[in-house]
Design a binder for this molecule. Sequence first.
Ligand SMILES: *Cc1c(COP(=O)(O)O)cnc(C)c1O
Length: 240
Amino acid sequence: MGTRKRNFIGVKDGVKENIEEIWNRIDEAARKVGRKREEIELVAVSKGVSAEKIREAVHSGIKIVGESRVQEAEVKHQELRDIEGLEWHLVGHLQRNKAKRAHLLFDLIQSVDKIELLRELEHKAMDMKKLQRVLLQVNISEEETKSGFSPDQVLNMAKEVSEFSYLQIEGLMGIASLADDEDRIRTSFRRLRELFDEIKREDLPNFKMRYLSMGMSQDFELAIEEGSNMIRIGRAIFGW
Ligand SMILES: *Cc1c(COP(=O)(O)O)cnc(C)c1O
């Protein structure tokens, strides 16, 4: 209990210091369960953050940025086009009519939450003859307002999309309950981990299950303890 609040202490204005602090905490959480920090990818979620702040984060070692909106990301992507090798991930809800723009911009779309959206992305990717890497978002929070496939549906859905040829499904993404209840958060993360393992065992065509994307500013240590290998951090880096 109280983890989320405690974790906010230590958030400063300096992006560099914040990133160092996050890596220390990643290291500690990983070690607690016999893992290594090298196994974990850190995505800096930069929605609402200026291109200059993102640049600062890149100078402090950030290699992946996560954005919530296509339009906002397009502007910043343009402003930061001189940075080589920076990966852009979409973590927010994507409308079908923006699938093409998203396909052109994002290396990985983490927030695919509907079969219709998968179909649309497959079409756009086929038109452009360029593979689209995606994660399936699963609603693990048991909160109605959250988007994502229901945990009960995701395995069947995965089998259905395994025939797509321009999509590569690389894992699962989930957002834990926002309640301040450690047991509940852990249960959500564990559920996603189990689903990840189940789908991986199916060894479906077009699936390359690599990323278990779970954990945000308030709960990333719990997520790492439960097996996450990709955490998405906004506030604790940019301090908004
Ligand atoms: C905003 C956002 C994050 C980052 O959240 P923080 O609490 O600021 O770390 C991570 N994942 C998704 C899907 C988000 O929308």
